[in-house]
Design a protein around this ligand. Sequence first.
Ligand SMILES: Nc1ncnc2c1ncn2[C@@H]1O[C@H](COP(=O)(O)OP(=O)(O)OP(=O)(O)O)[C@@H](O)[C@H]1O
Ligand SMILES: [Mg+2]
Length: 250
Amino acid sequence: MTTTHSDVTSDLQPALVVQGVRKTFEAELAPVRALRGVDLTVERGSFIALMGPSGCGKSTLLNLIAGLEEVDEGTINVAGESMSDGTEDTHALIRRKHIGIVFQFFNLLEGMSVLENVALPAIIAGKNRKSAESRARDLLDLLGIADKASEMPGVLSGGQRQRLAIARALANEPTLLLADEPTGALDSVGGQEVIELLSRLHAQGQTIILVTHDASVAKAADTVLRMRDGRILGDSDVVTNETVTAIGTL
Ligand SMILES: Nc1ncnc2c1ncn2[C@@H]1O[C@H](COP(=O)(O)OP(=O)(O)OP(=O)(O)O)[C@@H](O)[C@H]1O
Ligand SMILES: [Mg+2]
């Protein structure tokens, strides 16, 4: 494969740079200021856990990073490409190229086989079916569910379903894997499987941002950031993994 100049440039950029991001939602009673000035740089290869009380803006931040919602103010750059300037269409292209997303409730396509679920994002991104399915098989193998390739998602366990969702999120070799409470709907065994998998992906160099309410899950990350009231708490407030361990025992 040849490497173009722009690829080289984008490879040198941090996986993510968020600067001064604000987002307000209109609501019936009063506007909700979901993000009130978020700054965040994520270097390639890091594994960040984002924690904080319900409603503090964690999912909103992930949705903005993924270009699923538009910022009101501030900038977001993913691998040097802007997810804040430009149109929804350009954001969709950047998302396809650089971002994989895993949600709490899997969002699988129940009418398609396990293999088709994983191959689809690459087909949408323009790969031919054969190479998309070949990459999908490799991913299912990596994630330990290769034997389920021709099954429908409905027969999988919760942990297997989430591994399938992760395989699908990795289909286009994303710069950044975003996971919003991926263990939230799983029992402890399923949750553990998912965390071990994320740790393995991180060890292979995958950049990950993981939102979780569970301190024992956050321990898998190399940095834990805390959010409150639409802001990421400053360096002096950042909770270390030792603190998380302590909180987990309370
Ligand atoms: N589309 C929307 N319309 C109106 N308000 C919204 C919308 N999305 C989020 N909010 C509000 O923005 C705030 C932040 O929500 P967000 O979903 O980001 O929180 P969260 O930290 O992910 O919470 P949880 O831990 O419960 O998932 C909340 O007050 C929420 O009600
Ligand atoms: Mg949320």
